[in-house]
Design a protein around this ligand. Structure first.
Ligand code: NAD
Length: 289
C-alpha cells in the first residue's frame, strides 16, 4: 500500500477531546449541559446500534441525550406531535430522527417538522439551502465530517477536481455543496451517469457514496488522489465493506479512508459539534432577549 491512511478514529478522538472541553465550559457558563433528543421509530437492529453509539458518544462529550422509542407502526401524526414537543422543550438543543424511517412515513415531511435551529443532522431544507447559498448553519453531518477529514489530513481542496459518486439528499448532494463551497470543481455522478470510470479517473478528490460494495475499481483511481469512502455495506460473510476496492485503490491513491474507521466516526463527531453549536446559538439568542 502506498496511500496514506486517513484514520477517522484517531482524528475523531482528538476532536471529541477538544469538544468535551468546550461542552464543559458551556455547562459552567450556562448551568446546564447541551441536550440532544434522538427519535428511533421501529426496531431495526442496525438503527438501534447507531443510536446507541450516538448516545455513548454524547455521554463521553458531556452532552445529555435521551432516546425516544416509537413503534414501527407509529402514525405520522404521533411522530409529528413528538417532534413538536421537542421543538418547544427548552432543555433540548438538538433533535435527530434516526433514518431510515418505516415506509409509511415520508422523511421529507418528518424532517421539515424539526425546528431548523435544532436540526443537528443538518437535513432541514433551511440548513441544506443555507449551505447551497454559502451561509452554512447546521451542516449535514457526513459531508461536514468528510471536509474535516480532508482538512485534518492537509489535503488541499481549492481549485481541485472533486468527483462525488452518489447524489442522495443526505450524503452526495450536500457533499457536492461542501466541496463547491471550499472551491473545488465538482462533478456529481449517480445511477444514470454514463461512463463512471472516465469521471473517477479525473478525480483529485474522490468521494464514494453509492452504497455499492466494490463499485469503484482500484484501477480507476488517479495517481495520488484522495479517496474518501463513505459507503458502508454489509457483505454476505458479515464483514463491512466500502464502495471502493480498497487494496487496489490504496496502491494508486495518495490518501485513503478505511471502512470501517474512516468517515463513520466523523459523522458522529460532527453530530456532537452541531449539538454544541445549536446549544450555544440558542443561549446567545436567549441572552439577547
Ligand atoms: P442512497 O441509496 O440514498 O443513494 C445512493 C446514491 O448512489 C444515489 O444517488 C444513486 O444514484 C447512486 N448510485 C447507486 N448506484 C450507482 C452506480 N452504480 N453508479 C453511480 N452512482 C450510483 O444512499 P445514501 O444514504 O446516500 O448512502 C450511501 C452509502 O453511504 C451507503 O453505503 C450508506 O450506508 C453510507 N453512509 C455512510 C455514512 C457514514 O457515516 N459513513 C452515513 C450515511 C450513509
Amino acid at each position: 500500500m502506498t496511500a496514506q491512511l486517513i484514520d477517522g478514529n484517531a482524528i475523531s478522538r482528538k476532536m471529541r477531546t477538544e469538544l468535551a472541553q468546550k461542552t464543559a465550559a458551556f455547562a459552567i457558563r450556562h448551568g446546564r449541559e447541551p441536550g440532544l433528543a434522538v427519535i428511533l421509530v421501529g426496531d431495526s437492529a442496525a438503527s438501534a446500534l447507531y443510536v446507541q453509539k450516538k448516545k455513548d458518544a454524547c455521554a463521553a462529550a458531556g452532552i445529555r441525550s435521551t432516546i425516544i422509542r416509537l413503534p414501527a407502526d407509529c402514525p405520522a401524526h404521533r411522530l409529528l406531535d413528538q417532534i413538536a414537543v421537542l421543538n418547544s422543550d427548552d432543555a433540548v438543543d438538538g433533535i435527530l430522527v434516526q433514518l431510515p424511517l418505516p415506509l409509511h412515513l415520508d422523511p421529507a415531511i418528518i424532517l421539515e417538522a424539526v425546528d431548523a435551529e435544532k436540526d443537528v443532522d443538518g437535513f432541514h431544507p433551511c440548513n441544506v439551502g443555507r449551505l447551497a447559498l454559502r451561509e452554512p448553519a447546521l451542516r449535514p453531518c457526513t459531508p461536514a465530517g468528510v471536509m474535516t477529514l480532508l482538512e485534518a489530513s492537509g489535503i488541499p481542496v481549492l481549485g481541485r477536481e472533486a468527483v462525488v459518486v452518489g447524489a442522495s439528499n443526505i450524503v452526495g448532494r450536500p457533499m457536492a455543496l461542501e466541496l463547491l463551497l471550499a472551491g473545488a470543481t465538482v462533478t456529481v455522478c449517480h445511477r444514470f451517469t454514463r461512463d463512471l470510470p472516465s469521471h473517477v479517473r479525473r478525480a483529485e478528490i474522490l468521494v464514494a457514496a453509492a452504497g455499492n460494495p466494490g463499485l469503484i475499481r482500484g484501477e480507476w483511481i488517479a495517481q495520488g488522489a484522495a479517496v474518501i469512502d463513505v459507503g458502508i455495506n454489509r457483505l454476505p460473510d458479515g464483514r463491512l465493506s466500502g464502495d471502493v476496492e480498497f487494496t487496489a485503490a490504496a496502491e494508486r491513491a495518495g490518501w485513503i479512508t478505511p471502512v470501517p474507521g474512516g468517515v463513520g466516526p466523523m459523522t458522529v463527531t460532527t453530530l456532537l459539534q452541531n449539538t454544541l453549536t445549536a446549544a450555544t446559538r440558542r443561549e446567545e439568542r436567549r441572552h439577547r432577549g
